[in-house]
Design a binder for this molecule. Structure first.
Ligand SMILES: *Cc1c(COP(=O)(O)O)cnc(C)c1O
Length: 481
């Protein structure tokens, strides 16, 4: 007899049974995806209908398994090789399983005692990552929930490193500013505003036709900012940018920062992982000269979201960003212990996100990550070449990474009509569900944007996409004639 609802809800045997069912369901699903079973990648349902449907389901009798199945049926299928949309990876099964362990044990890590093993594991993961940077003893870092929070964390350290002010004690003075690429992810702009620097705290840097920051303009822009009474606290480089996947000239930008004593932050949320690849690490040149770097494991490192590393060449700076007096974080000597994680993150309770990475490294080694980068970057280049050679298609820019932006350019229609056409085609692809791709606007032109996140996407599949784009275009123009 179940005494009460809590005893029932914690029943270990129920957990065992439902857990096995769930793993079986996911394994079958993975099999279906990998064998390219005919199924919509994104089963498109209008948001209002989706909302009403789940509202309805809430009151319906069902088993957990029925809920899991329904959820999968109505979700975006990242493990399907025709998923080539946003930059979120189809997680490695072992990483997802390990996440269940992290979730179930719920060791919070604000202080060592709340997550002893998790804390030590995270430090090992960070040390593994740091090896690729060659920064020496003073370097360290942390894991946090997402690149957006990671960028804010890095920039907070940059702000506290400004000699003229102690922002933590005295508040923000109005003249701090950050130099950012016109192509930066919006989280950079948002971080600057969250830090209280406002619109005037953002100095947008123009990019060249390859979408890289124009390095030769930096001295002039810095001088102008100084003349306006601004103190430039950081320069942010992309490795790579979100929209086109292009790496900035980070090496030259690093030297500029050194000369001018400016903090150099690299947003490597997407492409920082290329440093692990022998073949593609040349793209990240200069990243080893940065003061802080953000890398998302849930993008190019096969890990479920959210898992982000923020690493610092001089680890002490990350503590200084949060010099709040919290006595329970201090040891007897009044020092902050490395093992009490809350001393250096915005998060207090934090998920034990290092576990899944640790086990991936332990099980498959570095090669897992380098193969993934090599394979997806290689394929993007091959696809880029095909697009380049097709007279009816146009590339936005030759791909650096696994992000490719391209568009259809039929003869005899205006720029405006070309935009409309590409937009309509992408909408049709989304609703048909055979592929999942996204779109972006660059210099007022609409492009399809694909990111090769799935290691089982092939050139054949990408050729099918081009074929489908052409046939939808024919279909649409027949309709409108
Ligand atoms: C995805 C991305 C971010 C944001 O990271 P989240 O983990 O989604 O918060 C920041 N910068 C770049 C370059 C990105 O690609």
């Amino acid at each position: 007899m179940q005494k009460n609802i809590l005893t029932k809800a914690y029943n270990p045997e129920t957990f065992r049974k439902e857990g096995h069912q769930l793993v079986d369901l996911l394994a079958d699903y993975l099999q279906d995806c990998m064998s390219q079973k005919e199924m919509p990648v994104l089963p498109w349902i209008d948001p209002e209908m989706q909302h009403a449907d789940w509202k309805n389901f809430l009151d319906k009798k069902s088993t957990p398994l029925e809920f899991y199945q329904k959820f999968l049926d109505q979700s975006n299928h990242l493990h399907h090789p025709n998923y080539i949309g946003h930059q979120v990876v189809p997680p490695l099964p072992i990483a997802a399983l390990t996440d269940l362990m992290a979730t179930f044990s719920n060791n919070g890590m604000a202080i060592y005692e709340m997550g002893p093993a998790a804390t030590a594991i995270e430090r090992n993961v960070i040390e593994w990552l740091l090896k690729f940077f060659g920064w020496g003893k003073n370097a360290n870092g942390l894991l946090t929930s997402g690149g957006s929070l990671g960028n804010l964390t890095g920039l907070l350290a940059a702000r506290q490193a400004v000699k003229e002010y102690d922002v933590w004690e005295s508040g923000v003075d109005g003249n701090l500013a950050v130099m950012v690429s016109a192509e930066s992810h919006y989280s950079i702009d948002r971080s600057v505003r969250i830090m209280g620097l406002g619109d005037k705290g953002i100095i947008k840097l123009p990019v060249d036709d390859q979408h890289r920051i124009k390095v030769d303009l930096l001295p002039g822009i810095l001088n102008e900012a100084k003349n306006e009474g601004k103190i430039v606290m950081a320069l942010v480089g992309n490795a790579c940018s979100t929209s086109t996947g292009i790496y900035d000239h980070n090496d030259e930008m690093a030297d500029f920062c050194t000369q001018n004593k400016i903090w150099f932050h690299i947003d490597g949320a997407h492409g920082g992982a290329a440093i692990i690849s022998e073949k593609y690490k040349y793209l990240t040149k200069g990243i080893e000269k940065a003061d802080s770097v953000v890398i998302d494991f849930h993008k190019m490192m096969l890990t479920p979201a959210l898992t982000t590393a923020v690493i610092f060449k001089n680890g002490k700076t990350s503590y200084e960003a949060f010099t709040q007096k919290a006595s329970y974080l201090l040891n007897k000597k009044g020092e902050i212990n490395w093992f009490d994680g809350a001393g250096r993150t915005i998060e207090c309770t934090k998920k034990a996100m290092g576990l899944k990475i640790y086990l991936m490294i332990k099980t498959y080694g570095t090669e897992l990550f380098s193969s993934y980068v090599d394979q997806t970057y290689d394929l993007a280049r091959e696809f880029g070449n095909i697009v380049q050679e097709s007279p009816d298609f146009e590339l936005a820019v030759a791909p650096d990474s696994n992000i490719v932006c391209f568009r259809l350019i039929p003869e005899g229609i205006t720029e405006h009509e070309t935009n409309e056409l590409n937009s309509k085609i992408r909408e049709r692809i989304k609703i048909d569900g055979i592929f999942y791709i996204v779109q972006t606007v660059i210099n007022e032109k609409v492009y399809f944007r694909i990111t090769i996140m799935n290691p089982f996407t092939t050139l054949e599949i990408l050729k099918k996409l081009l074929f489908m784009i052409r046939s939808i275009s024919v279909d649409l123009s027949n309709k409108f004639l």
